[in-house]
Design a binder for this molecule. Structure first.
Ligand code: ADP
Ligand code: MG
Length: 385
């Protein structure tokens, strides 16, 4: 981390001609299990990863905010008092949307000092590892401190979500920001997306001789359009037809009744959410009682449910999962919103290279672009560096 921290400070100086006041960072996340359950007020079990987005911040004595990123050429600039979601576009809608959203949670944007921001990241973009939550959370903790807001982490997660929903226009849930803000070394964040209560659950991968391999298929998704919104709409329709506030309120025992009430497609969308919620609970229990070797079956079942019932997988993700399973993984599943992005596989340390070679070979054989594979460890959440 120290490399990118020095780099981001140097980058800041190059762009703005002065030293930053400080450097803050926030991690991407991987979702161990619990996919599309967040906006159904259910359960998720993500963890913060050792890939971070770093923001250098300098204070200004006017009400202007400027933001630059190694990711982009232009420097975006706007007066804080003029921030509205409809004025924000492209990548800068993420950091500037957070500044606007802090205003919605009590910051007086007419009174707080302006800031210059410069951002670098080691979170791959669009891989399902939530570079979006990483940039939102890094900016949120930085502005919260510099503007002396003192907002709790749970509130900062809602700030990031509001920015993403309103300024970016992606109807995503609260999971990613919660993981990025609440994560802890060697722990997952077990989050109840209805109450927003969370508990840390020890993972113990290293102690069990396991590593989590991420297979980034390179197939990019776009949450702001298409499939994600359609799945969300199906879930809302299913809940309405079943007469519940959210699919959280449907249990596995209710599924026979749901099948009688719903059309086949809506039923399968509902069944994914209902069984996925149960798998999160089962995974948490298994981690606590038997350790990580016991969670493979839930990861595998989660993938099948996303592939067949929720229909958000793509051939590259299915191939990554099947190849990992066939070559010694404890369990594997696609992760993130779907339609591309990454799969994860829980793998014995000594089997990592064998699985990587097998996946590269399988992708080549199918004429797919080469995936990027790397391991991640569960890491601390956002903070000042
Ligand atoms: P994911 O969160 O899975 O990586 P998203 O589509 O949700 O993918 O978010 C990716 C978008 O977030 C990028 O296209 C870009 O607009 C913005 N973003 C992420 N990281 C950065 C960064 N370091 N600098 C600028 N923009 C970023
Ligand atoms: Mg995202």
């Amino acid at each position: 981390m120290s490399d990118i921290r020095d780099e981001v400070a140097a980058g800041f100086e190059e762009i703005y001609g002065s030293s930053p006041l400080g450097v803050w960072s926030a991690p991407g996340r991987v979702n161990l299990i619990g996919e599309h359950t967040d906006y159904n007020q259910g359960f998720v079990l993500p963890f913060a990863i050792n890939r971070r987005t770093v923001v250098a911040l300098g204070a200004r004595d006017d009400g202007i905010v400027r933001v630059a990123s190694a990711f982009a050429d232009e420097v975006a600039e706007i007066a804080l008092a003029d921030l509205t979601p409809d004025r924000l576009r492209d990548w800068s809608a993420y950091p500037l949307g957070v500044a606007w959203a802090l205003g919605q949670f009590g910051a007086d944007l007419g009174a707080v000092p302006g800031v210059d921001l410069y951002i670098e990241s080691t979170v791959p973009v669009g891989a399902g590892l939530s570079s979006s939550a990483a940039i939102e959370s890094a900016v949120a903790v930085a502005l919260d401190e510099v503007w002396r807001l003192g907002l709790p982490r749970e509130t900062l997660a809602r700030v990031g979500q509001l920015a993403e929903n309103k300024a970016v226009g992606a109807p995503t849930g609260i999971m990613d920001q919660s993981a990025s803000l609440l994560g802890r070394h060697d722990h997952a964040v077990f989050l109840d997306c209805r109450s927003l209560e969370s508990e840390l659950v020890e993972l113990g991968f290293a102690a069990a001789g396991l590593e989590l391999l991420v297979i980034d298929t390179g197939v990019s998704h776009d949450h702001a359009t298409g499939g994600y919104a359609a799945r969300r709409a199906s879930c809302e329709k299913g809940a309405a037809l079943l007469g519940v506030p959210a699919l959280r309120d449907v249990t596995v025992d209710d599924l026979p009744r749901a099948r009688a009430v719903l059309d086949d497609e809506t039923f399968r969308r509902v069944r994914h959410i209902v069984t996925e919620n149960q798998r999160v609970l089962d995974t948490v229990r298994a981690l606590r009682t038997d350790g990580p070797l016991a969670i493979g079956e839930y990861l595998d079942a989660s993938h099948v449910s996303m592939r067949d019932d929720f229909e958000i997988s793509v051939p590259e993700l299915d191939l990554a999962v099947e190849t990992a399973q066939a070559n010694g993984a404890i369990g594997a599943r696609m992760t993130g919103g779907g339609f591309g992005g990454a799969a994860i596989a829980l793998v014995p340390s000594e089997g990592i290279s064998r699985i990587q070679v097998a996946i590269d070979g399988a992708f080549a054989e199918h004429g797919f672009g080469q995936p990027t594979t790397f391991t991640v460890t569960a890491s601390d959440g956002a903070g000042r560096d």
